[in-house]
Write a protein that binds this ligand. Structure first.
Ligand SMILES: *Cc1c(COP(=O)(O)O)cnc(C)c1O
Length: 454
């Protein structure tokens, strides 16, 4: 199996290369050249455990990995999940079920991809003998999940920049209380955008990048997408066969990675009722599906902070299929959007997609309503999925984070604070963080100093 860039300007690569590069050299994102038809396997796959299903699925894509290594990487990735089903389905009523994706070590769905990606990086280091240095900026969840996926891995050092005082106290503890020596959480004086800009600047320095083997863990890595397709398939196989093809998957959305991973299964012969893109008040995607206009706005900080985005970086992958695989047109749209901050499609409709948006006044109301009607607690991201959800539509709602990660919302709504033993345990550990000014030079010399120490 080979992987192509959405912008058509790079040579096709094998799986391992697509994973270690992340972004294609022409600035595009990798996609599989062809898709397997999964329909012939459904009978055989329907009774598999989560890791077994994941293994069977990745055998179709990671064709250049040795099978025993692939299997080990997958089994060890999901061994740290606290629920025996890894991704359990919980029924709310006749039509609605919740797919709980928060039983991983950092209590958000990003663990599904980053626990596995950490192991794939480790295999890569073993094969090439070259150490890797991971650099990223985070506003919370991604940093915590990346750190958890990479902690203690030999040959990897991880530097994560975050805005001091602007991530939640629990998220900060998840990043700083790991006790692992290869992890460097760096609190910078500035905003998330400042942190992001510093990271971009360092990635732009090709000599520096190559000399230390710099790599990124952002949501554009194809391995992250494929790892997420697995839980859609797992849930689909657990639905009764008469509703599978009529069930809509409702997905709290930011960068569009999660919902795209589900939609990708339609290319492999799996039928869904639809996909519902649930945004918060940062509604660039909701506006796109409504009006065809893809228009940049200001990021407005919300109660569902992991969905506070301006540009949905995985949107380019959907665009590639919307434009029938015409890489020249993808390049034109992306260039226009980069230069002017907007692009107008005559009509942007893709069969099966619908969307909604939810503001900060509505989020606590929905949390209260779901609790009252179903005796079930949802976090502020998951709450967005319930916006205008038709009562009689068979739906699987993706719960992307554990409510205990965002206790403040519940307190403000007069509800009791949800807790989790995983987070309680963090309170007993000593934090270890570094402080730097927000400029590329100080970050660069910090990294160089820490790399020399080994
Ligand atoms: C990252 C995140 C999202 C958004 O997912 P995308 O793949 O960026 O669309 C939603 N909810 C939570 C809790 C997250 O951490």
């Amino acid at each position: 199996m080979r992987y192509l860039s959405t912008r058509g300007g790079s040579e096709p690569v094998k799986f391992c290369e697509a994973v270690s590069q992340g972004l294609a050299p022409d600035g595009g994102l990798y996609l599989p050249e062809t898709f397997p038809d999964l329909r012939t396997h459904l009978q055989e796959w329907s009774g598999l455990s989560y890791p077994d299903l994941c293994h069977a699925f990745f055998q179709k894509f990671a064709t250049d990995l040795e099978d025993a290594e692939l299997k080990d990487a997958i089994y060890s990735a999901y061994s740290g999940f606290s629920h025996s089903e890894t991704a359990p389905l919980v029924r709310l009523n006749e039509h609605w079920q919740v797919l709980e994706l928060f039983h991983g070590p950092t209590l958000a769905f990003k663990d599904f991809a980053l626990q596995l990606l950490g192991n794939l990086y480790e295999l890569q280091i073993k094969r090439t003998g070259k150490p890797l240095c991971i650099l990223g900026a985070t506003s919370g969840d991604t940093g915590a999940a990346a750190i958890s996926g990479l902690l203690g891995k030999s040959g990897v050092k991880v530097f994560i920049l975050y805005p001091n005082g602007k991530v939640s106290p629990l998220q900060e503890r998840q990043m700083t209380c790991t006790g692992a020596e290869n992890i460097y959480p760096i609190a910078i004086e500035g905003t998330f955008d400042d942190a992001q800009r510093t990271v971009k600047e360092l990635f732009g320095d090709i000599t520096f990048r190559e000399s230390i083997g710099l790599s990124a863990v952002n949501s554009i890595n194809l391995a992250r997408i494929l790892a997420q397709s697995v839980y859609y398939l797992y849930a689909w196989l657990r639905l009764s066969s008469d509703v599978r093809e009529h069930t809509t998957f409702v997905v709290p959305t930011g960068n569009f990675g999660n919902v795209f991973a589900g939609w990708l299964l339609t290319k492999m012969g799996i039928q869904f009722g639809g996909f519902r893109v649930a945004t918060n008040q940062n509604d660039i995607l909701h506006r796109l599906f409504g009006s065809g206009e893809y228009q940049l706005g200001e990021v407005s900080p919300s109660l569902a902070p992991s969905m506070d985005i301006q540009v949905a970086s995985n949107f380019e992958r959907l665009l590639f299929y919307f434009l029938d695989g015409n890489a020249d047109q993808v390049r034109e749209v992306m260039t226009t959007f980069r230069d002017t901050g907007r692009y107008e499609f005559e009509k942007f409709s893709i069969p099966k997609f619908s969307s909604s948006s939810t503001n900060d006044i509505e989020i606590p109301q929905i949390i209260g309503g779901v609790w009252k009607d179903h005796n079930y607690l949802v976090d502020p991201h998951t709450a967005c999925a319930f916006q205008d959800l038709p009562c009689d539509m068979p739906s699987v709602i993706l719960a992307t984070a554990h409510p205990a990660k965002f206790p403040q919302v519940f307190e403000d709504a007069g509800m009791s604070r949800p807790t989790s033993p995983v987070l309680e345990e963090l309170l007993d550990r000593a934090p270890n963080k570094f402080h730097l000014d927000v400029d590329a030079l100080s970050v660069r010399s910090f990294i160089e100093k820490k790399l020399k120490r080994t």
